[in-house]
Structure formats: C-alpha cells, structure tokens
Design a protein around this ligand. Structure first.
Ligand code: SF4
Length: 393
C-alpha cells in the first residue's frame, strides 16, 4: 500500500520547554530555564545541517510546524535563524502552511506581529477551557481573559488561519460549562477548532490526584454528551468535522496534520521529534540533554528507528484513515487480505456486536466512513478491524 501523499515534505520542530508543566501533561516538555533556549536553537540549526542531504533530495516543503512544549518561548530571531538554516537546502516558497503553537499566557501582540513577519501564517492557541476554575484544575498558566486577548492579537496581526484547542472531560466540568466554552470558541469566528478528551496519563499530577481519590473522572456517558454537543454546535455554526478531534471551516483544514493522517513524509527536528519517509520511521532522543550531547558530538540525535512491514503499514492505514472523514478504502484492504469488502464488513459486524453498524458509519464509494458516533468508540472499532486483518495475514 502506498501512502497517499509522498511527494512533498513537511517539517516538525519540537520546542520542549514550558513555563510550568501542566497537571495533565505527558508531552516531552520541561520547565523552562531560559538559558537553555539559545543552545537548543543552535542545536536545531546543527541538526538541519546534518540533514542537508535528505533536505536537498526533498526540497518541496509543504508545511512547517513549531510544536511543543511552548514554542512561543522562542524569540522571533530564533525563528529567522532556523528558517535561514532551512533556506540553504530547501525552497520555502512552496510552503502552504507555517504554524506555531502558542500558550495564551505567554504572548503579546508585539511577539505575534514579529512571528507573522517571519512568515508564520497559522497560529494554534492552546486554550483548553474558558473557565478559570477548569484552567486551574488543569494547571494551566493562563486565564480565560488571556485567551480572548490572544485571539484578538492573532487577528490584529493578520493571522488568517487561527486554531483553538480545548479539552473536555475535566474533573468538575459540566455539560453547561462545556457548552459555554464551545459557545465562546465559536463566537471568536476562528477557522479551526480542535477538541480533545482528557486522558489521565501515567506519571502526571492529575493521574496521581485521581489515584489518591482527590478528583473523580467524568463518567463516559457525560463525555459522550459533551462530544455530541460539540458535534452539533460546531456543525450548526459551519464547521466541518473532518477528523475525530478536528473541525474546520471549509478550506481551512490543517495541512500539516493531514500529512500525518494520509501517510505523507515528515521530518522532525529537536528532542523527541519523530520522522517518517514513507517506509521508515525514526525518533530523536526525548531528553534535552541527550539530544544536545548527540548534536555536540556532530551526530544525528536519532534514538531508534523501525522499518515498517506491510502489516505495519496496513495497520497504520486503518488506524489513521478511520479517524478521518475520508474513511478507510476497502480496495486497499481487499488487495492485502484477499477478503472482499462484504466479507470484512460481515466479520466486523460479528465482532463488534453492535445492534446497528449503520448508526456508527456508512459505506460510500467502497469506503467505510465513521460518523461521530463511530468516532467516539473508534478505538474499539479499529481494534476489531485490526484483529480481522491479523487473522487473515
Ligand atoms: S503547555 Fe502544553 S506542552 Fe506545556 S506543559 Fe502544558 S500541556 Fe504540556
């Protein structure tokens, strides 16, 4: 099976620093010591040079994404220096999307205006909730007022692509408070909204609080009502639910993330960054010190890699495609497993034991496309599709 998008290259740059770790966070980020940022950016530039050959072979960049962590801890000069390093090897005029993630508690209009001048055209604002008590529960450093200001700064500085992230399933959150958050998000008129279900990841403060009985996760029924409410409210405000956790106004779907979901090539830079070239996946050391040490030895900071087998590629295809509105193409499965789409569907129906599969998705153009009911139990559906494939391979 060939990835649907292998011609262009996307770049991910990880900035593993935050002002303070959030209570739910399991991402690769550490509390920021500002003295570490300059050396880290110098290491990123060295890593770009170490990747010169690969970059020159893949000069058509489609997107750049600064993620974290809190990339807004980078000064505009850092962004310029990183872009200059890329410019030695690739064409930046082919870029369709250039995104930076920002924390509303760490930006001002001066900073955003300089980011815009550096060529960044999309801003992703980590809001999580518009209620201060929920932000406190999550351990965020910002307030709801910071969010309103951040969206205004982004608009004033000319960002035509603005995305907001929110979380549902926060202990203490109610359907009413979630509805207010959604209402506020919609009223900003932003082009893109991402909504994530809170996960109690091992090793996080929130998970320890849960284990000690200090907080109670919301029950699954309420989480479903929240997801359903989001689907209804956003649809009636003109947002297309194009991926399990993502909504966009028409034509404003995230290009960079769509590269991940369609099996495209991406090259990651920085601690913990992952890369994929269509066949092989590799990832960098996640501890900043390990990353810096490798770079200062003049070596690529790759911790490990894996060559995807045909079975891996197929599993990944199912996993990624069922989460999008494009759905999973049965032709690809038929070719690899020798089963017809009818056979696959019958087996799936048998395994899922759902009274009515049509309630969870539809078959269109020989594709299985889940709806938001299906997406809510997506892991369960994917697990069963993968079992059917494994039994056949
Ligand atoms: S801002 Fe994001 S990356 Fe940083 S600690 Fe909070 S959740 Fe983690």
């Amino acid at each position: 099976m060939s990835p649907e998008n292998t011609k262009n290259l996307s770049i991910y740059i990880h900035v593993p620093f935050c002002k303070r770790k959030c209570r739910y966070c399991a991402f690769a980020s550490e509390d920021c010591d500002f003295d570490r940022i300059d050396p880290y950016v110098r290491a990123l530039i060295q890593e770009i040079d170490l990747r010169s050959e690969y970059l020159m072979k893949n000069p058509e960049l489609i997107s750049i994404y600064f993620g974290g962590g809190s990339p807004n801890l980078l000064k505009p000069e850092h962004i310029f220096d990183i872009l200059c390093a890329f410019q030695k090897y690739v064409k930046l005029n082919s870029l369709q999307e250039f995104t930076i993630e920002v924390n509303p508690g760490g930006i001002n209009s001066g900073l955003l205006s300089k980011y815009r001048k550096a060529g960044i055209n999309r801003i992703s604002i980590g809001c999580q909730s518009i209620h201060d008590r929920e932000l406190k529960m999550l351990g965020r450093i910002h307030t709801s007022k910071n969010i309103i200001d951040a969206v205004r700064f982004a608009s004033d500085c000319g960002f035509s692509q603005r995305s907001l992230d929110f979380i549902y399933g926060i202990p203490g959150q109610t359907l009413e408070s979630w509805s207010e958050t959604l209402h506020q998000a919609i009223s900003t008129g932003v082009e893109h909204i991402s909504l994530y279900n809170l996960i109690f990841e091992k090793g996080t403060v929130l998970n320890t609080m849960r284990e000690k009985g200090k907080i109670k996760p919301l029950d699954e029924d309420l989480e479903w009502q929240m997801y359903d409410l989001a689907h209804q409210m956003l649809a009636s405000s003109g947002y297309i639910h194009y991926e399990i956790s993502n909504w966009a106004k028409s034509g404003c779907e995230a290009i960079h993330n769509s590269v991940y979901w369609s099996g495209g090539k991406y090259l990651g830079f920085g601690a913990a960054a992952h890369s994929f070239d269509g066949e092989r996946r590799w990832w960098n050391y996640s501890a900043v010190d390990d990353y810096l040490r490798k770079i200062s030895d003049g070596k690529l900071p790759v911790e490990s890699s894996e060559l995807l087998t045909e079975a891996n590629v197929l599993a990944e295809y199912v996993l990624l495609r069922l989460r999008t509105m494009g759905g999973m193409n049965f032709h690809d499965l038929e070719r690899s497993t020798g089963m017809t789409s009818t056979e696959i569907l019958e087996k799936l129906q048998d395994k899922l034991k759902l009274p009515d599969l049509e309630q969870y998705g539809r078959i269109t153009d020989n594709r299985l496309v889940l709806n938001h009911h299906g997406w809510f139990i997506c892991d369960y559906i994917i697990e069963n599709v993968l079992t059917i494939i494994e039994e056949k391979l």
